[in-house]
Ligand binder design. Structure first.
Ligand code: 5GP
Length: 184
């Protein structure tokens, strides 16, 4: 069976990563999302096992110790990590897998020496737009938004380490650009 691609998509919080990934998943049935594990509280619309596996800090630390995670990070006081089982499942099914992970996770994925890895950094058209999108989303309080914006500035400095940089100015174009990159 043909080995699927592993596509890492990073980008600052509020840049529209989730929406872009959602559109990619609709576009191609051979794309699967890598469901991450997190200790963050679920947002009202999020379902366990679909957007994330929501676990306690103790459970997450057990997974780290057991070596069950490909990579993990601490982001705004919560753990986030990619279960190895997500990649194994995709490999067994021959599907391409999309990883929505931040810059440290992307670096660890590069270091893991994975075959067929493509890394893409999605950027918002400008910083003001990012702030507006985070405020409009309305899922975080003011302190969390402030912390996410500080982190966004740090993350933007890492963009040149990625194979591709895509600007999310227009959703349709960004999705099309990423689709073409994956299919190249
Ligand atoms: P959010 O709380 O907005 O869902 O995610 C916060 C950040 O964590 C986003 O930048 C997202 O890409 C990143 N993230 C989600 N899952 C993982 C993961 O498994 N590993 C890493 N390193 N980052 C993740």
């Amino acid at each position: 069976m043909k080995q699927g691609k592993i596509i890492v998509i990073s980008g600052p919080s509020g840049c529209g990563k989730g929406t872009v990934i959602g559109e990619l998943l609709k576009l191609d049935k051979n794309f699967k999302l890598s469901v991450s594990m997190t200790t963050r509280a679920p947002r009202p619309y999020e379902r366990d096992g679909i957007e994330y596996y929501f676990v306690s800090k103790e459970e997450f630390e057990r997974k780290i110790k057991a070596g069950d995670l490909l990579e993990y990070t601490c982001y705004n006081s919560n753990y986030y990590g990619t279960p190895k089982s997500e990649l194994e499942k995709a490999q067994a099914e021959g599907t391409d897998i999309l990883l929505d992970i931040e810059v440290e996770g992307a670096e660890n994925a590069r270091r893991a020496g994975l075959n067929n890895l493509i890394t893409i950094f999605l950027i918002p058209p400008d910083f003001e737009e990012l702030k507006k999108r985070l405020e409009l989303r309305g899922t975080e309080d003011a302190t969390t938004i402030k912390n996410r914006l500080i982190r966004a500035e740090e993350e933007l400095k890492e963009k040149d380490k990625y194979d591709y940089i895509v600007v999310n100015d227009c959703l349709e174009d960004a999705v099309k650009d990423i689709y073409e990159i994956i299919k190249k």
